[in-house]
Design a protein. Structure first.
Length: 329
């Protein structure tokens, strides 16, 4: 039986870090067993915030694909492609825009939130307001039955579903209504205790060498009440512990007890964390070195992925054009 199809994407705005691994990629690698996966480099989405300086988008797109292949996304099973190389995304977004009342977009919680938060970027453009429309096109273009998302993206997906229902109510079964595949997104802070972000420079990247991982882990903020080695601490308020939950599930009891009774020091805990993080990242770094030495391989993955994505997208667009009685050549 053919596998059901899903789509996921990331904006190419820089190298990928541990937040991406634990928040999405680890799950994506697993989903390949169960679904036919389309993984999209969302470079047009990156334009919504990076329109004043696009110089990094192409290089970041290439780097993101190297990161994806390094962690185990498998181009023989999954379609890895770049959004801007499949022009049907723009065509379907334009059509879906006709079915989207502007107040839906203005009310979208992430729209308001990001306008308030991203004070360093000018987001007052039409493209940023219409971001969920392009996202709806990305998903429905591939007849994706589901999308792996975090809780915060539910309103966006709901909007996609409403657009699909509008079209289907008027024109028959034209597009597939996608369901969410909710994945728990662990809250990992940057090593300085602030939100993990490229702009704060506080993330541990998948491509960081071992010494850099060790340097950043040593800087990690711990329980501020644990000033001296003999002070008992509270792992629940410690960033190191939130990382340990991901990489050392077998040692949590030892850490929790040792911290609360001051029988282990923060450096003991960090030493273990550094070992575990490097054990996780070693094979990823090795694969990256292999890919960097063979750029043609990455280019080929994208050529083949873009071609496969175009075929699937064109099949959907033929159906949409026919249903809406739009000219075809
Ligand atoms: S011992 Fe570990 S969990 Fe406790 S405060 Fe130090 S780093 Fe955090």
């Amino acid at each position: 039986m053919a596998k059901k199809r899903i789509l996921s994407g990331m904006r190419p705005t820089g190298r990928l870090h541990l937040g991406h691994w634990f928040g999405a990629l680890e799950n994506w690698v697993r989903l390949q067993d169960e679904y036919e996966c389309f993984f999209m480099v969302a470079d047009w989405h990156a334009l919504t915030s990076e329109w004043q300086d696009t110089s990094q988008i192409k290089e970041s797109s290439y780097q993101i694909v190297i990161d994806w292949l390094s962690v185990g996304l498998d181009p023989t099973r999954s379609t890895i492609f770049v959004q801007s190389q499949v022009k049907q995304h723009a065509e379907l977004a334009l059509i879906l825009g006709m079915f989207t009342p502007v107040p839906w977009l203005e009310r979208c919680p992430t729209y308001k939130e990001q306008i308030d938060q991203m004070t360093t970027k000018d987001l007052s453009n039409f493209g940023f307001l219409g971001y969920p429309v392009l996202q709806a096109a990305d998903i429905t273009l591939y007849d994706a039955v589901a999308v792996p998302i975090g809780e915060d993206q539910i309103p966006h997906l709901e909007m996609t579903r409403e657009m699909v229902r509008r079209i289907n109510n008027l024109y028959g079964q034209v597009l597939v209504e996608p369901q969410p595949i909710l994945s728990p997104t662990p809250r990992l802070l940057g090593f300085d205790g602030r939100k993990m972000s490229k702009s704060y420079g506080n993330a541990i990247y998948l491509s960081d060498p071992p010494e850099e991982v060790a340097r950043k882990a040593k800087l990690m903020v711990t329980d501020p009440a644990r000033v001296r080695r003999e002070d008992p601490g509270n792992p629940d308020v410690c960033s190191v512990f939130s990382y340990q939950k991901q990489v050392s599930p077998d040692k949590l009891e030892w850490i929790d007890k040792g911290c609360r009774t001051a029988t282990i020091g923060c450096m003991d805990d960090k030493k273990l964390l550094i070992e575990r993080l490097n054990a996780l990242l070693d094979p990823i770094r090795a694969k990256r070195r292999e890919l960097e030495a063979n750029p043609r391989l990455v280019e080929r993955v994208l050529e083949e992925g873009n071609a496969r994505a175009r075929d699937a997208a064109e099949a959907t667009m033929r159906r949409v054009r026919k249903a809406l009685k739009i000219f075809e050549d």
